[in-house]
Design a protein around this ligand. Structure first.
Ligand SMILES: NC(=O)c1ccc[n+]([C@@H]2O[C@H](COP(=O)([O-])OP(=O)(O)OC[C@H]3O[C@@H](n4cnc5c(N)ncnc54)[C@H](OP(=O)(O)O)[C@@H]3O)[C@@H](O)[C@H]2O)c1
Length: 347
């Protein structure tokens, strides 16, 4: 269908970067031209095995990579020079320091939610504002929590109108592979003050929504859990909410029949279904938790922090390059290439 393959560089091959690289490689209209790291370790070997050319931030460290058998294709600047779009998945706040390089090379770049909105000047969610990203040089894909919130709030708003959202985020302490972070035995208010940063972050995508968020961090690595209460303009029904979830390509429903009441069981289900890395690209909304009464809607949703933003990065690439002008088509292409069948269709 497309005669040109968009050349994508992934600057930062960690939790998000390695998933974005595999998702890019799975698409028919884009290819991975390189990934980058600062240290020679296990992820470098995975990149090499996948056939992704490996570039390094500090070229003076080339010998330390080659000593352990990792072939270095060049510097991060070389990689960026060869790309049409750079997906910056370096750790939070480091991404912003790469902006002068992208500007110098006149390249398109995507940052992640660990950076401030101002770095790109535009925050993205494919279900909410795909059209506004078309042709942009810089885009920021909002964080995992904000992505999960935007997807469902936008759909409820379209169907019933949203007067106010109150959301409580119970956040995972660290990603599964991160051994240096806690908490090990505490519930940490993040922050103590209200609102947490998530509410204002949702406003970078959905500026007209009224929202208050609170957040805490708990000792788990699997997923985040959101407790959400929405006051709607029109009376809301449980059937209506289930219908809008089922219609949306990235809203998943955990049905009662699955017997699931925890993040651990969702991840186990994803593993058993054979999903790569047990990734859940979709929101996981608990059907049984949906409570609709007059203008009040409440539910729990679990968000897989390592995965939900990955598919959004793929759509952002299409929007920025203008290769696909329709957001729904891009979402469909991305999902299809990754074999994503929303979780309710598996039970
Ligand atoms: N993890 C999540 O749950 C999550 C969810 C949504 C959004 N995000 C956001 O996504 C971004 C990336 O987070 P992450 O969790 O994927 O981080 P991560 O796992 O720590 O991975 C970061 C990667 O960047 C590389 N890197 C570090 N400094 C670099 C530099 N100066 N130049 C090039 N590469 C560099 C690291 O390589 P070395 O290991 O070789 O140093 C590593 O491969 C952040 O903005 C974060 O807030 C994360």
């Amino acid at each position: 269908m497309y005669d040109y393959m968009i050349k994508v560089a992934i600057n930062g091959y960690g939790t998000i970067g390695k998933r974005v690289a595999d998702a890019v490689a799975a698409q028919k209209d884009m290819k991975v031209i390189g990934v980058s790291k600062t240290r020679p370790n296990m992820e470098g070997f995975v990149a090499q095995q996948r056939g992704y050319p490996l570039y390094i931030a500090d070229i003076s460290k080339k010998a330390s990579f080659e000593k352990v058998g990792l072939k270095v294709a060049g510097s991060v600047e070389d990689m960026c020079q060869a790309a049409d779009v750079i997906v910056d998945a370096t750790p939070g706040d480091i991404g912003a320091t790469n902006k002068p390089l992208y500007e110098k090379l006149k390249k398109k770049a995507i940052w992640q939610g660990g950076e401030e909105h101002e770095v790109a000047g535009f925050s993205f969610n494919s279900s909410c504002n795909y059209k506004d990203a078309i042709g942009r040089q810089f885009v920021r894909v909002v964080s995992c929590n904000t992505t999960g919130l935007c997807r469902i709030i936008n759909e409820v708003d379209k169907e019933f109108g949203v007067t106010h959202v109150h959301a409580i985020m119970v956040r995972r302490g660290a990603d599964p592979g991160v051994i240096k972070k806690g908490p090990i035995d505490a519930t940490v208010l993040d922050p103590v003050t209200v609102p947490s940063h998530h509410g204002p972050d949702v406003l970078t995508v959905l500026p007209h929504v009224s929202i208050t968020t609170m957040a805490m961090i708990v000792p788990t690595t699997m997923m985040h859990m959101h407790a959400i209460q929405i006051t709607t303009k029109k009376p809301v029904t449980k059937e209506g909410v289930i219908a809008l979830i089922n219609r949306h390509p990235r809203l998943g429903l955990i049905k009662k029949s699955a017997g699931i009441k925890s993040t651990a069981e969702i991840k186990e289900f994803a593993m058993d279904l054979g999903r790569q890395r047990s990734d859940l690209f979709e929101n996981c909304i608990f059907e049984d938790s949906i409570y609709a009464n007059k203008n009040e809607l409440c539910f729990f949703q679990a968000i897989h922090q390592e995965a939900d933003v990955v598919v959004e990065n793929i759509d952002a690439i299409r929007a920025m390059t203008g290769i696909e002008k329709d957001g729904a088509t891009s979402v469909q292409m991305t999902n299809k290439a990754l074999g994503l069948v929303t979780i309710q269709n598996n039970h």
